[in-house]
Design a protein around this ligand. Structure first.
Ligand code: ADP
Ligand code: MG
Length: 725
């Protein structure tokens, strides 16, 4: 193609766009000139156009290798929609039948088709190779090129065959495109495709409109998410979970809380999946709960939040998934939940894999953990991970920048680290170096004889927790780097060597703590603390009601129920039923007075009720409960019910107690009479009538050990059922 072709005109003519985005034009010119080209552009940057437009201008047919069949169809439709004939673009993949394949081939042969999308496994089929040999190929475009590398987040072995296949078909310029690639992945791609001289076009990976935050994953994560969604009502969002099971569970919890949510994962049939996608695009659904299977083909510009329920397996995946937020440049909130426990679970999972895979998986996971735990600007960390330097002091759009930690001097610590890296000949990874610095003679260290070096244990006196952040931040600051070939080996940079010669101040921030016991803290931060004044009033009311009904107070409502009322402020029977331990029966029987009291209290004290906090949980065993109630109605012996449900007897009693506590009446007399003496039943029953607690250990003690715990529990069920419900 000629140099002076007016590309902007062509862009307007074919695609209707007025100007190019980012580097599109230079990229296109480079390809038109017949050069190999490497494009790194964030999701939504407009990569497809970099091969679509050239294909229309070049002689022959451009071959696009792309992993996703759904995506191909989409792009082909778009291309054909612009042209007069519906055959400018075609695809070849396993979804086509024989006659469609022949049609496609005919169009290509007649030179009507300028762009042919091929799945990698179709490309390497012998008959397709034979066919493609006979046509003029204008270029090969390898989309989602990171699939070539095992160090990418979506390795596909078929991608490894692309180069040999291309060699068979015939030479033409290659353009590789991806939205995520670390130095390592980039070098893998170039090497594998044999395009080491390709000109590289790398746009900034900085998505200024995205806000990054890592929250510690607590017991309350569901509530936390529900609150977040309610605070962003009617906005579109995606929640990523690692397992299908979690996807289903969380979607159900959200639905139960009146959030328009739907699950999405590869285990659902394709009709359901495409319906869900449609609903999301058309905004009939606000929130998609998904495994990573969702989103690759989705081009919804106004996704306002992306939540990671579980820690992602790699930062590439994380960046890719968060990248689906705010494509239109508007708000994009990216919240990830992180816990050490999750990390360990993932590590276990990795342990099950083969050697090399295991090693790679662990390295990638460690990078994610370092990101999550660090107090450094999230943007800086992410960009550094993708080989880009972010020099701003404060990005004002991540949790760490909005709540900066005080810095501390780490000059001496950095010196220790750098010397240690040199001492072990720049041949080891972070964990090894840290053990070395701490003076831990691990088997590995001993086998290398490193425990005999002077530098071994040089950091013994320092705070243990400092080494990870020092190394991480030394990498970001450029004193250290990770080797690309042997990924992860710590190497000293020139500025690291200069630092050793003349050390100077090195300020760092300590990592965030992620211990699991956050219950108290989240309660405070979500404002859901117990209202002591209301709690006292509720207790008094319960006492009055109990006296009036001549039953012990706990029969009315359990303490935990009152506590929750003093947190959630339910003011009508519907809301009251969301309180744990309050079912329909109890709400109807005793609820009114309690709701009235709460409402009076709220009005008198100007209390804003935490509406979004009223989280409805989905009873996981609700199926079980229904079955149990039905079985008891049919007077099936309890031990039989336990065995058909394959739970043990005590678990069954737990279930029955939960049913009764929430206000459903159950009559288990048929069973009691069968297994217990009438006197004993009466004795225990009487005890509960007069006791002021229904605590089982207390009852066992008070009843002088005459009865077994099971017997006491059984009678308590009868008692609660009759008195309270
Ligand atoms: P990527 O593959 O990089 O994620 P796409 O190629 O799917 O991105 O493009 C993202 C969106 O940007 C598409 O909707 C596309 O039509 C649009 N787009 C691409 N180039 C331009 C341009 N020059 N002007 C306006 N919109 C563009
Ligand atoms: Mg793309």
């Amino acid at each position: 193609m000629t140099k002076d072709v007016n590309l902007t005109e062509k862009l307007k003519q074919y695609f209707g766009f007025d100007k190019f985005k980012g580097d599109q034009e230079t990229i296109i010119r480079n390809l038109l000139a017949g050069n190999d080209t490497f494009v790194l552009m964030p999701t939504g940057g407009g990569k497809s156009l970099c091969y679509q437009l050239p294909s229309l201008l070049m002689e022959g047919t451009g071959i696009v290798i792309s992993p996703l069949i759904a995506l191909m169809k989409n792009q082909v439709d778009v291309m054909n929609g612009m042209s007069e004939h519906g055959c400018v673009a075609h695809y070849l993949n396993s979804s086509l039948n024989k006659s469609s394949i022949l049609e496609v081939m005919e169009d290509v042969r007649q030179r009507k088709t300028k762009l042919l999308y091929v799945a990698p496994e179709s490309l390497s089929k012998e008959e397709n190779i034979e066919f493609l040999k006979t046509i003029k190929v204008s270029f090969y475009a390898i989309d989602e090129a990171h699939c070539i590398s095992e160090w990418g987040h979506d390795f596909r072995p078929e991608y490894r065959n692309i180069r040999p296949t291309i060699m068979k078909i015939g030479k033409a310029p290659i353009i590789a495109l991806t939205a995520t690639a670390t130095d390592k992945v980039r070098s893998d791609i170039k090497k594998n495709l044999g395009i080491s001289d390709a000109k590289e076009f790398k746009s900034s990976f900085n998505r200024v409109n995205l806000y990054y935050e890592v929250r510690s994953k607590t017991q309350d994560v569901d509530r936390n998410i529900i609150m977040f969604i309610k605070q962003h009502a009617d906005k579109s969002g995606i929640i990523y979970c690692l397992s299908r099971k979690k996807v289903e569970e969380l979607a159900a919890v959200l639905q139960a809380n009146n959030i328009k949510a739907a699950p999405y994962h590869a285990g659902l049939d394709s009709a359901t999946r495409s319906q869900t996608q449609d609903d999301f695009l058309m905004e009939r659904i606000d929130v998609i709960v998904a495994t990573i299977a969702f989103g690759m083909g989705i081009d919804k510009p106004d996704v306002r939040f992306v939540i990671h329920y579980d820690i992602p397996k790699s930062l590439e995946g994380y960046y890719q998934e968060t990248g689906r937020a705010g494509r239109d440049g508007g708000e994009g909130l990216c919240i990830a939940f992180y816990s050490n426990q999750d990390l360990r679970k993932l590590e276990k999972f990795i342990d099950g894999k083969s050697g090399a895979e295991q090693d790679i998986g662990r390295q990638l996971l460690l990078e994610t953990a370092a990101y999550a735990e660090s107090s450094v600007c999230r943007r800086k960390m992410l960009l550094h991970y993708f080989g880009e330097e972010y020099t701003e002091e404060n990005c004002h759009n991540c949790d760490n920048c909005l709540h900066p930690k005080t810095k501390r001097e780490a000059k001496d610590a950095l010196l220790i680290v750098l010397k240690a890296v040199l001492a072990v000949k720049e041949n080891f990874r972070t964990d090894y170096v840290i053990n070395f610095i701490k003076g831990r003679p691990t088997d590995d260290i001993v086998s290398h004889g490193h425990h005999e070096l002077d530098e071994f244990g040089a950091g013994e006196d320092e705070d243990d927790k400092i080494w990870t952040p020092v190394i991480h931040q030394a990498l970001i600051a450029g004193y250290l780097k990770k080797d690309v070939e042997n990924y992860g080996l710590l190497k000293i940079t020139a500025s690291g060597r200069r630092f050793i010669k003349s050390p100077h101040s090195f300020m760092i921030v300590e990592d965030n703590e992620f211990n699991e016991d956050f219950e108290e803290e989240t309660r405070d931060s979500s404002g859901s603390t117990l209202d002591p004044e209301l709690y006292a009033m509720l207790k008094q009311l319960r006492k009055d009601v109990a006296e009036r009904n001549n039953v012990p107070p706990y029969v009315i409502f359990q303490d935990v129920s009152l506590e929750q009322m003093a947190v959630m402020y339910p003011i009508n029977l519907d809301e009251l039923q969301n309180i744990p331990g309050v079912g329909v029966g109890k709400a109807k029987r005793y609820g009114k007075e309690f709701c009235e009291l709460i409402e009076r209290h709220c009005t008198a004290n100007d209390i804003e009720r935490p509406e979004e906090l009223r989280v409805r949980t989905v009873a996981k065993k609700s199926m079980n409960k229904v079955k149990i109630i039905q079985a008891i109605d049919r007077q099936i012996p309890l031990d039989d019910i336990a065995s058909t449900e394959s739970i043990d007897f005590n678990e069954l009693l737990d279930e029955i107690e939960a049913i009764v506590y929430s206000g459903t009446k159950l009559n288990i007399d048929y069973f009691l009479e069968e297994v217990m003496d009438e006197d004993h039943i009466e004795d225990i029953y009487e005890y509960f009538r007069t006791s002021d607690t229904d605590n089982i250990p207390v009852a066992c003690e008070e009843l002088g050990g005459d009865y077994s715990e099971e017997e006491i529990r059984l009678v308590r069920i009868k008692f609660l059922s009759e008195m309270a419900n």
